[in-house]
Design a protein around this ligand. Structure first.
Ligand SMILES: Nc1ncnc2c1ncn2[C@@H]1O[C@H](COP(=O)(O)OP(=O)(O)OP(=O)(O)O)[C@@H](O)[C@H]1O
Ligand SMILES: CC(C)(CO)[C@@H](O)C(=O)NCCC(=O)O
Ligand SMILES: [K+]
Length: 254
């Protein structure tokens, strides 16, 4: 029972084919395409894949992009199913004022993180950081309730905003330094520590609110770049969105 998981992000579509729709299933193939290039998936990297029996995805890119993905999926006889953030799913409850307005990537990643942490031991609060085009920093309490989260610009957006909004900042990417002494390093370090600082605040809020040390997990393509600059240890998890989609699929598809 092959299973196709799809994460349509702000910049790229990421997909993974598994041999079953359950946590721990074997990964058969995976890939990523910039959103501009997704119309070539059916004749490109999907052409040689075994047909998926089930599919589940999450999409933050809007209905037009979702339809373009579904067009590519016509290659197979499989129904497209997309996760919509709800009040409760797979053991996580949603504390957002309007649960369906929570980005489904955030919701699915939190479900992945909750089960990832439960698989390691007793339940504890979690801080989930997703580093992509945008950065999100979520808090889940010991009972699996999403208490709230932060949204901030990703590194690329921060640098482009500074380039666009200042008179004379156009420099190549630099290094993260404690005391940057050139413009490139100052910009790169500023962006990195802006993210690390926001995350540190959330960890403090969680400790104060929940009275326990949270498990700290980080995911997203740029996670490995952030990890050395964090104020405390973060476990890097390859793709919490795919982990979450497997958890949800196991419950929905039986
Ligand atoms: N040195 C860095 N430190 C932190 N973040 C960085 C760094 N360099 C690039 N990034 C960020 O990482 C992002 C790429 O991460 P990732 O591959 O997960 O994103 P994506 O797949 O393009 O995003 P999305 O899932 O939203 O489509 C870039 O958009 C940029 O904001
Ligand atoms: C915050 C992003 C852009 C992160 O990818 C996405 O989850 C999104 O568009 N969310 C909708 C708004 C919200 O989550 O409150
Ligand atoms: K994303």
């Amino acid at each position: 029972m092959t299973f196709l998981a799809i994460d349509v992000g702000n910049t790229r579509l990421k997909w993974a084919l598994y041999d079953a729709h359950r946590p721990g299933a074997a990964l058969l193939a995976h890939g990523a395409e910039f959103l501009d290039h997704i119309d070539r998936l059916a004749e490109g990297s999907w052409a040689q894949l075994p047909a998926p029996a089930k599919m589940l995805g999450c999409v933050v890119a809007g209905d037009a992009v979702k339809r373009r993905v579904q067009d590519q999926m016509e290659l197979w006889d499989v129904a497209a199913q997309w996760v919509v953030s709800s009040a409760q799913e797979a053991g996580v409850t949603n504390g957002y004022d309007y649960p369906s307005r929570l980005g489904s990537d955030r919701w699915v990643a939190m479900i992945g993180a909750r089960h990832h942490v439960l698989a390691q031991g007793p339940a504890r609060p979690i801080v989930v950081v997703m580093v992509g085009t945008a950065v999100t920093v979520e808090c889940i309490d010991t009972e699996g309730r999403f208490l709230g989260g932060l949204i901030l610009p990703g590194h690329g957006i921060m640098l482009r905003a500074l380039e666009a909004g200042t008179a004379g900042l156009h420099v190549p990417t630099g290094e993260v330094r404690l005391f940057p002494t050139n413009t490139s390093d100052a910009l790169t370090s500023g962006g990195t520590y802006a993210i690390a600082g926001a995350v540190e605040r959330m960890v403090q809020h969680v400790k104060a609110h929940c009275g326990a040390e949270p498990a700290c997990v980080m995911t997203g393509g740029a996670g490995w770049k952030m990890a050395p600059s964090m104020t405390r240890p973060f476990e890097l998890v390859d793709n919490l969105i795919f982990d979450g989609l497997l958890e949800i699929a196991a419950r929905r598809f039986g």
